[in-house]
Write a protein that binds this ligand. Structure first.
Ligand SMILES: C[S@@+](CC[C@H](N)C(=O)[O-])C[C@H]1O[C@@H](n2cnc3c(N)ncnc32)[C@H](O)[C@@H]1O
Length: 265
């Protein structure tokens, strides 16, 4: 298993208390509010140590308002930013290159797409369409608007991940699913418990297996850097970890993002 550190130009965030207070607001009273340019830059500073750290679809926060990018408070805290999405897309492209090409374009799906930024970068990197689905109408509408502002291969759907799975049977071993359900009560001071996300990750993996009649595939998952109860290992018992992508921390232990790539057997 390889671990890929993501180089970072961030400086240490001076006020973690300010980050946690801002995070609570983004998931609370600002949850469905579209942030203005100043709010986006503040988010970049507090979460990533600099305004440009919040960058989606290749557009850094200081330029988002001018480009017309709309981000709701919840998406600002939940999203997978450019630096991370590009690193994970590169890692997946490397893995795809090692797998047999059966002549069929792989199925690539972002099951809980939020901003759609991961799908956007993966589709660009692989040069193929990525199916992305989002259940929340407000998030979906903002993402549809944003994707219309950039050149992308993402095919955005409004609906439940299970419906998307039901429409797309297995194509081959390079089929790839990005799994990042809302954490909600799974995120505690004791760490992230992947068996308590909404829906639980083990159930999502079962749904994926069922949709493809057990044929092997690749899974990418975002976690934080503090896993509770060994829940990552326990969730992926019938899988092989291929690589982890670990961005340089900008926040206290437990608040930073990691990514893990598995082959589901
Ligand atoms: C943690 S966020 C994902 C963020 C995303 N990776 C990004 O880069 O912006 C989870 C998203 O899944 C959506 N969601 C929740 N339940 C869902 C479901 N059953 N099917 C599809 N999307 C769902 C939420 O509305 C939320 O936008």
């Amino acid at each position: 298993m390889n671990t890929t550190p993501v180089s970072s130009h961030t400086t240490p965030v001076s006020s973690h208390a300010a980050y946690f207070a801002f995070r609570d607001r983004l998931l609370g009273d600002l949850r469905t509010t579209t942030l203005d340019g100043e709010g986006l830059c503040e988010a970049g500073r507090l979460i990533y140590g600099r305004p440009e750290g919040l960058s989606l679809y290749g557009v850094p926060a200081p330029r988002m308002e001018a480009v017309g990018i709309r981000l709701l408070g919840r998406t600002v805290i939940e999203c997978c930013v450019d630096d991370y999405a590009v690193a994970v897309a590169d890692a997946l492209a490397d893995i795809h290159a090692t797998l047999p090409d059966n002549g069929t374009e792989p199925l690539v799906a972002d099951l809980f797409c939020g901003s759609g930024n991961f799908s956007h970068h993966l589709g660009t990197r692989l040069g193929i369409p990525v199916h992305a689905t989002e259940l929340d109408v407000d998030v979906h509408d903002a993402t549809r608007h944003n994707l219309s502002r950039v050149t992308t291969t993402t095919r955005l759907h409004l609906g439940d991940y299970a419906d998307l799975l039901g429409k797309h049977p297995a194509r081959g071993p390079r089929d790839t699913y990005f799994v990042e359900p809302p954490w909600g009560p799974a995120f505690t001071p004791a760490g992230l418990d992947l068996t308590r996300t909404s829906p639980p990750v083990p159930r999502i993996l079962d749904d994926i297996r069922r949709s493809r009649a057990g044929a092997p595939c690749l899974i990418a998952i975002k976690t934080n850097d503090h896993i509770a109860h060994d829940s990552l290992e326990r969730t992926f018992t019938r899988a092989t970890r291929l690589r982890s992508v670990t961005p340089a921390p900008t926040l206290p232990h437990g608040a930073n993002m990691d990514f893990h790539l598995y082959r589901l057997d």
